[in-house]
Design a protein around this ligand. Structure first.
Ligand SMILES: C[S@@+](CC[C@H](N)C(=O)[O-])C[C@H]1O[C@@H](n2cnc3c(N)ncnc32)[C@H](O)[C@@H]1O
Length: 228
């Protein structure tokens, strides 16, 4: 039984795993690159980061601003023996200072909204190699405008696909809701866990009130302008 916040966070990471199907689908749209260098922007506790390292055979840099999430990622990297291929950077995705053209792929799941879609496309481009790829998983709002922005900022849209609101419920929120109820029944005492449970319930309520807001989209982009 889960008795602390750390256990609960690890459980949420486990519930996040089925979403990796969609990461695979996006990854397969990209032509094979030998040992690619990948930047996972807003990596959190690294569910995509670890999978990208596994399926690409390359080196993945995970960047996030959340110290605790990065600590969890660090533990998982160690447990998986991937220390040589996963590098963790604490910092803001708004002020990244990697060398120009240093990555074959930029991967941003649930993070571009922090800087704004356009600003992300514009400012992150300099970190991509001329023949590089950017994958963005974002909320579905302003889809047509986003597609125009992709062209405006010099990318070619290779593919895109939607995740419907039911995907979020069936894959994540319904199982999360079940787990939260189970933990509640055990009368947890840890204050941090209680806060985390409350936050999870708020998130689930948010879904139930506005499920349509939870549709999301993957964009797979090629760094077209620089490669011409
Ligand atoms: C929805 S989570 C996605 C995490 C991870 N990409 C995934 O798919 O599991 C968004 C992440 O963006 C991070 N984030 C928010 N603001 C940030 C910033 N200014 N710089 C870097 N990361 C940030 C959060 O800490 C969080 O880990």
């Amino acid at each position: 039984m889960i008795t602390d916040k750390r256990g609960f966070e690890l459980l949420k990471d486990t519930l996040r795993q089925p979403f990796l199907t969609h990461l695979h689908r996006a990854f397969l749209q990209i032509p094979p690159i030998d040992t690619p260098k990948i930047l996972d922007i807003g990596c959190g506790s690294g569910v995509p980061t670890l999978e990208l390292a596994r399926i690409s055979g390359g080196e993945v840099t995970g960047l996030d601003i959340d110290t605790k999430a990065l600590q969890r990622l660090q533990e998982k990297v160690k447990a998986a023996g991937l220390e040589k291929r996963i590098h963790i950077v604490e910092g803001s995705l708004k002020t990244m200072d990697f060398p120009a053209a240093s990555f074959d792929m930029l991967w941003a799941e649930g993070s571009i909204f922090v800087i704004g879609f356009r600003q992300g496309l514009k400012t992150w481009k300099r970190f991509l190699k001329p023949d590089g790829y950017l994958v963005v998983h974002d909320a579905v709002g302003n889809l047509d405008q986003k597609k125009r922005d992709i062209t405006t900022y010099g990318y070619r849209l290779i593919d895109w696909f939607l995740l419907g609101k039911e995907v979020w419920w069936n894959t994540y929120y319904e199982p999360l809701s079940h787990e939260v109820q189970q933990i509640r029944r055990s009368n947890p005492t840890d204050p941090e866990l209680k806060t985390a449970l409350y936050q999870a319930e708020e998130e689930i309520n948010g879904y139930e009130k506005h499920p349509e807001r939870y549709r999301s989209v993957y964009f797979i982009l090629h760094n077209k302008a620089l490669s011409q």
